[in-house]
Design a protein around this ligand. Structure first.
Ligand code: ADP
Ligand code: MG
Length: 328
């Protein structure tokens, strides 16, 4: 099968919303009046971002999900995406699975594949997504990293750390009961982009980003961009690990340090971390309710720079969480 047959067969579908989709030198999108385009790219490289033997449908899902997650973090509504693909060989079973996983998520968000590039080479997937954000009275409604202010609350969506747990289990550094591994693996391989929450937080959140590299590391981006610091409550954070409710976990399967490391430094969760003024607490809960997404208040923004961790009583947690290496 040649390059053009491959594109026609697996990556060409009707694009009713785009002015022009796959097949010409450019795709054409018509931005709606009063809207700004939000654009983001993410690349997934075999061995670095996924295992060679991962289910291709899960990979198709994840490749788009990590991109949609960036739109979610900006409060943007997905419109379209392009797909640049390097494939070592034409493997039709793989292409079938990959495109199915990709389009299932694309359809769920009304996001159309409008173009791309296909070449022979080591497996590499690069997607660029296009979304839209309203401009009201000349002001973009996009959620940025730079808007956090001292006194704001810090929130996280969904659950955190389970993707890291799955990664450690797949690497062989910990052993998980089968049911727990299956759940954690879902979180690693099929992250849920928080599009509905991002949109609901427009005009409510003061800053937002999506968590791809771990809560502490990513939150620092908000702190730096906003020129502030933060204090997080580790006794609340620990409850963000879905696996911590599992009997094996409660029974001491792995230490509290391991659990906290997953939550605070895990990565690959694609949840949103965001800030909002304390006066917006009810609005945040209403947004979470509208988006049908759990949000947890885990800390506050301080004027003093730096990131501080405290226990449930507000006492400083010692430096053992400053750098993580509990999995060895
Ligand atoms: P060009 O030679 O102008 O780069 P190509 O021959 O690479 O164009 O691609 C032909 C058409 O197929 C273009 O519209 C391009 O956007 C689209 N296309 C190529 N690869 C993909 C892909 N993996 N997914 C979707 N569309 C693709
Ligand atoms: Mg090309």
């Amino acid at each position: 099968m040649g390059e053009f047959d491959l594109i026609a067969r697996y990556f060409t579908r009707p694009t009713p919303r785009a002015a022009l989709g796959v097949g010409d030198d450019c795709a054409l999108l018509q931005p709606a009046p009063g809207m700004q385009l939000a654009i983001s790219s993410d690349m997934l490289v075999e061995g670095r971002h996924f295992f060679a033997d991962v289910d291709p449908a899960a990979l198709g899902h994840k490749a788009l999900a990590v991109n949609l997650s960036d739109l979610a973090a900006c409060g943007a509504t997905p419109l379209a995406f392009t797909l640049a693909l390097a494939l070592p060989r034409v493997d039709e079973a793989w292409l079938q699975g990959f495109s199915q996983g990709l389009f299932k998520l694309a359809d769920a968000h009304g996001c159309e594949l409008v173009g791309g590039d296909t070449t022979q080479g080591p497996l590499n997937i690069c997607i660029t997504v296009f979304g839209e954000v309203p401009v009201v009275d000349g002001k973009s409604q996009a959620l940025l990293r730079s808007g956090a202010r001292a006194g704001d609350d810090v929130y996280v969506s969904g659950t955190l750390g389970d993707a890291r747990l799955a990664l450690e289990a797949l690497r062989g550094s910990i052993a998980l009961p089968a049911d727990l591994l299956a759940e954690a693996r879902q979180r690693l391989e099929r992250p849920t982009p928080r599009i509905a929450l991002g949109r609901a937080l427009r005009g409510v959140a003061s800053a937002a980003l999506d968590i791809s590299d771990g809560l502490l590391g990513d939150l620092r981006h908000i702190l730096k961009a906003s020129g502030v610091g933060a204090t997080l409550d580790t006794s609340i954070a620990i409850e963000l690990l879905a696996a911590s409710a599992h009997p094996a976990c409660a029974g001491g399967l792995f230490s509290l340090e391991n659990q906290l490391e997953c939550v605070l430094a895990g990565g690959d969760d694609y949840e949103l971390a965001f800030t909002a003024p304390a006066s917006a607490r009810e609005a945040v809960l209403a947004a979470a309710h509208r988006a049908d997404t759990r949000v947890t208040h885990i800390g506050r923004i301080d004027a003093a720079p730096g990131l501080r961790l405290v226990d449930g009583q507000g006492g400083a947690v010692d430096g053992r969480y400053a750098s993580f290496d509990h999995f060895g």
